[in-house]
Structures are given as structure tokens and as C-alpha cells.
Design a protein around this ligand. Structure first.
Ligand code: URA
Length: 197
């Protein structure tokens, strides 16, 4: 079957045989289509696969609460994943699956053209920055990297799920979000620090 793309959304894709078996549907990104922040996770879990939306399970609750605490809703930002189909048994996506889905993620990044990308956890951090990332050490760092043809600012962040299993990750998660919001503040209601970077 051909790939079917509808603007920013993937409607049909059969590039990854194992993911085609394990998914119930393709989970596209949600939220605003014009920046300022794009959050990128790893891939859909069971709840996301069932509901067809990224971050609607327990890690989504953590993310929603953190956004709410900062006066934001999902409509103010965009959320997507490195891969759009649920890997079996919640395993990490393989290198091959990440590569197959990169074109979709890059198309989304090009179209949304966010002022800032926030990578949620190790998989999206390494995938987008194309290097090893020790998230615990680097959380909150602002780095610049060429992504989808353009130099882009990225804030490395702890995955929201990590805060559920290890409460010491909570501070790192919160501080990385504060850093991100302070950089794009002007677009979401505050003072921007973009010119500092
Ligand atoms: N974890 C992710 O990385 N992405 C989701 O959409 C949900 C959980």
C-alpha cells in the first residue's frame, strides 16, 4: 500500500511491518500547527494507540499538569512522537523504525516551524540531535542543531513518565519546562529570551 499523507498527518503507511501488526491506528501530532513549542516524545503507548492522540495516558497527565501549572493548554503547543505507531510490548522503536518515520517528523517540523523543540526523554533527544544524550545530565540544556534543513533550538527534557517512577526526576522535568517556556515566553504570554541564544 502507498503512503497516504494529508497535510501534516500520515493517513496510511506500511513501512514498518512489526508496527503495522502492533498498532490499531496511526497516531499523528496534535495541537497548534504554527509553533511556538513542539514537544517530541518517543512513540505511542497503549492509551495513545487506542485513542489516536499522543500523550493521553499517564505521562500525558503529567505533561498536562505541568502545562496547566504554567498557564498553558495543549492548544497552545504541539505534541508529536518520533514514531507514529505503537511498538509491541512498549519496546523502544528500532533504529530502522525511527529512520522510516523521520520523514514524517521532519515534515511536521517544517510545517509547524516551531521556535523551540522540547525533546521528551532519551529516544527523541538522541534521534533529533543525532548523538548520544545523557538526559539526566543534560536536561534543561538549550542546544542548536540542524533539523529538517534548518538550525533549530532544542531543549532537552526528562520524559514525563520518568517522574512517575523516580521522583528525583521531577525537578529536572520541571526546570527543563521552565527553561523552555522562558525562551518562547513572548508567544505564550510572557517575555522572550530567544535573542540570548
Ligand atoms: N510516551 C511517549 O513518548 N509518547 C506518547 O505519546 C506517550 C507516551
Amino acid at each position: 500500500m502507498e503512503q497516504r499523507i494529508d497535510g501534516i498527518d500520515v493517513r496510511a503507511c506500511e513501512q514498518c511491518p512489526e508496527l503495522c501488526e502492533s498498532r490499531s491506528q496511526i497516531v499523528n501530532g496534535t495541537g497548534t500547527t504554527s509553533g511556538p513549542i513542539l514537544f517530541v516524545g518517543e512513540g505511542p503507548g497503549a492509551t495513545e494507540d487506542e485513542r489516536g492522540e499522543p500523550f493521553v495516558g499517564r505521562s500525558g497527565d503529567v505533561l498536562d499538569e505541568a502545562l496547566r501549572d504554567r498557564g498553558l493548554t495543549r492548544r497552545d503547543i504541539r505534541i508529536t512522537n518520533c514514531v507514529r505507531c505503537r511498538p509491541p510490548d512498549n519496546r523502544d522503536p528500532t533504529t530502522n523504525e525511527l529512520e522510516n518515520c523521520r520523514v514524517h517528523l521532519h515534515r511536521e517540523i517544517e510545517q509547524v516551524d516551531p521556535e523551540l523543540i522540547v525533546t521528551l526523554g532519551k529516544v527523541p533527544s538522541q534521534h533529533l540531535l543525532e548523538r548520544d544524550v545523557a538526559v539526566t545530565n543534560e536536561a534543561g540544556s538549550v542546544v542548536e542543531h540542524r533539523i529538517a534543513g534548518t538550525a533549530r533550538r532544542v531543549v532537552i527534557c526528562v520524559h514525563p513518565a520518568a517522574t512517575l517512577y523516580d521522583s528525583s526526576q521531577q525537578d529536572a522535568f520541571e526546570s527543563a519546562l521552565d527553561e523552555a517556556i522562558s525562551i518562547v515566553g513572548h508567544s505564550v504570554g510572557g517575555q522572550s529570551r530567544l535573542s540570548e541564544y
